[in-house]
Design a binder for this molecule. Structure first.
Ligand code: PMP
Length: 464
C-alpha cells in the first residue's frame, strides 16, 4: 500500500488539482503520482532521489534520452530569433521550410509535401480529413470509410480515437465515429489458428480485409491506417508477407494506405522508417515523437503527389484548404526537430539501432523466452515485448484480475526500472535509441530480478 500523501506535499497537490491522462482517477486519489524531476541520458530521477532506467523512453518517444544540450541550444536560439510565426495564408519561416525539405529527403517512398501538427493524434485526424477532402475533390464523395485494425493505436482525438482499436478508447466515449471500421489484428502468436502457418495466417488477414471491403462496398472505402509495428496494442510484429498481401488488396480497390510511423519512424525498427522494414508503400505517412526527440511537441503528415494534387484542386475550387493549427510548424519545435534529424545522421541512428537492437532482441530472448511466466518474447530493432502467460503451451493469458503486468511494473520500480505494461500483460521495451549495450544488459538483468520476484508471488498464490 502506498502511504497517504502528506498534506501540501507535491503528491497531495497533484491529487487535489491534476486530472491525469490514461489514469484510473479513483486509484490515483488513493495512490498518488510518481513525480519525476530530472533526467540524464537514459535515466530519470524521482522526487525522492531514486534513479530509474527508462525502458520505454517515456512514451516510446524520448529517442535521444533525457538530456541533450544541442537540442536545448536549438530551441533557445530559435526563441531568441523568432519565437513564433505561422504558415497560414502562404506565410512561412525558415524552420518550417528546412524541416519540410529534410523530411521529404528522408521519406521512404517519393513524397510531395509535408503538413505539420502538434501530436500524433492531430496528424492522424489530419490524414483522415485529407482523405475525405481528396475524395470530394476528385469527385468520389461516397468513398469515405476508413479501416484500421483491432489493437491498433492512432491517438485519442475523436477521429484518431476511432481509428484506435482498443476497448478503453471507445467505452464510455461513444466511439468510434461512423465510417471507421476495424479489421483483424495480425498477431500470429495470439490469433493464429491451430496448425495454421504464418504465411497462411497473413493470407487470412488479407482475405478478411478484402471481405470487409467487399461487404462495405469498395466504392465506399477510402483509406487504411496501420502502424508498421503495433505499439500500444502490444508491440505486435506483423507476420512475414503480411503487408505485401494487405497492400495488394488496397491497390485492387483503390484504397489509400496511411502508415502511422509515430512510434516506428526515425530508426526504431532498425531502418529509418518502419515501412522500410516491412516493404510498405504508403500514400500518406504520419510521424511525431522521435521527430523532435520529444523535447517539444511536433508531428508531421507527408503526402505523395497524387494526394497533394487532389488537395490542391480541392482548395482551388473552394478558395482555401480550411485546415491548420495555430502551432502547425511552430518554429521552436521545428528548429529542435531539424537539430534532432542532424543528430540522427551524425550518430548513424539506423546503424546504431541495428547493432544495439540486435543485442537487445537476443538478450531478451535468451533471458526470458524460457521463463515460466513468459509466453512470447517478440520485437525488432529497439522495440520489444515480453508477454506473460498463465500456461505456456496453451498460450493462455493470466486472468486480468490478477493484474500481473501492473504488479511487474511495481516490482520493476524497486529494481530501478520504469516499465510499461500493455493490455494482455505484455511488458513493452522501447528504450531511448541512444541506449548502449551495457545499458541494455543492465535493463535485462534488472527486469529478470523483477520477473523472478513475480514468479515467487505467483507460486505463493498458486497462480502457476
Ligand atoms: N500513433 C501511434 C502509433 C502512437 O503510438 C501514438 C501515441 N502513443 C499516437 C499515434 C498518438 O500520438 P499523440 O499521443 O501524440 O497524440
Amino acid at each position: 500500500m502506498t502511504p497517504p500523501a502528506a498534506p501540501n506535499s507535491a503528491a497531495a497537490r497533484d491529487i487535489a488539482y491534476a486530472l491525469h491522462p490514461y489514469t484510473d482517477h479513483r486509484a490515483h486519489e488513493k495512490n498518488g503520482p510518481m513525480i519525476i524531476i530530472s533526467g540524464k541520458g537514459v535515466r530519470v530521477t524521482d522526487d525522492a532521489g531514486r534513479e530509474y532506467l527508462e525502458t520505454v523512453a517515456g512514451l516510446w518517444c524520448a529517442s535521444l534520452g533525457f538530456s541533450n544540450e544541442r537540442l536545448v541550444e536549438a530551441a533557445t536560439a530559435q526563441m531568441r530569433k523568432l519565437p513564433f510565426y505561422h504558415g497560414f495564408t502562404s506565410r512561412s519561416h525558415e524552420p518550417l521550410i528546412e524541416l519540410s525539405e529534410m523530411l521529404i529527403a528522408r521519406a521512404p517512398v517519393p513524397m510531395s509535401k509535408v503538413f505539420f501538427a502538434n501530436s500524433g493524434s492531430e496528424a492522424n485526424d489530419t490524414a483522415i480529413k485529407m482523405i475525405w477532402y481528396y475524395n470530394n475533390a476528385i469527385g468520389r464523395p461516397n468513398k469515405k470509410k476508413i479501416i484500421s485494425r483491432i489493437k491498433g493505436y492512432h491517438g485519442v482525438t475523436l477521429a484518431a480515437a476511432s481509428l484506435t482499436g482498443l476497448p478503453n478508447n471507445h467505452k464510455l466515449f461513444d466511439l468510434p465515429i461512423a465510417g471507421v471500421l476495424h479489421t483483424s489484428c495480425p498477431h500470429f502468436y495470439r490469433f493464429g489458428a491451430e496448425g495454421e502457418t504464418e504465411d497462411a495466417f497473413a493470407t487470412r488477414m488479407a482475405d478478411e480485409l478484402e471481405a470487409m471491403i467487399l461487404a462495405e462496398g469498395p466504392d465506399t472505402v477510402a483509406g487504411f491506417f496501420a502502424e508498421p509495428v503495433m505499439g500500444a496494442g502490444g508491440v505486435i510484429i506483423p507476420p512475414r508477407g503480411y503487408f505485401a498481401k494487405i497492400q495488394a488488396v488496397l491497390r485492387k480497390y483503390d484504397v489509400l494506405m496511411v502508415a502511422d510511423e509515430v512510434i516506428c519512424g526515425f530508426g526504431r525498427t532498425g531502418e529509418y522508417w518502419g515501412t522500410q522494414t516491412f516493404g510498405v508503400q504508403p500514400d500518406i505517412i504520419t510521424c511525431a515523437k522521435a521527430l523532435s526527440a520529444s523535447f517539444l511537441p511536433i508531428s508531421a503528415v507527408m503526402v505523395n503527389d497524387r494526394v497533394f494534387q487532389g488537395l490542391a484542386d480541392g482548395s482551388a475550387s473552394v478558395g482555401t484548404w480550411g485546415h491548420g493549427f495555430t502551432y502547425s510548424g511552430h518554429p521552436v519545435p521545428a528548429a529542435v526537430a531539424i537539430e534532432t534529424l542532424k543528430i540522427y545522421d551524425e550518430m548513424d541512428i539506423v546503424g546504431h539501432v541495428k547493432r544495439v537492437g540486435a543485442h537487445m532482441q537476443a538478450s531478451l530472448r535468451a533471458a526470458f523466452a524460457d521463463h515460466p511466466l513468459v509466453g512470447e518474447v517478440r520485437g525488432i530493432g529497439m522495440i520489444a515485448a515480453v508477454e506473460l502467460s498463465a500456461d505456456k503451451a496453451a498460450r493462455s493469458p493470466f486472468d486480468p484480475a490478477r493484474k500481473m503486468g501492473a504488479r511487474l511494473v511495481k516490482l520493476g520500480e524497486a529494481h530501478g526500472l520504469i516499465l510499461r505494461a500493455l493490455p494482455g500483460d505484455a511488458i513493452a521495451f522501447s528504450p531511448p535509441l541512444i541506449m548502449e549495450i551495457d545499458e541494455v544488459d543492465e535493463m535485462v538483468e534488472r527486469f529478470g530480478h523483477a520477473l523472478d520476484e513475480l514468479a515467487v508471488q505467483a507460486r505463493r498464490e498458486s497462480i502457476t
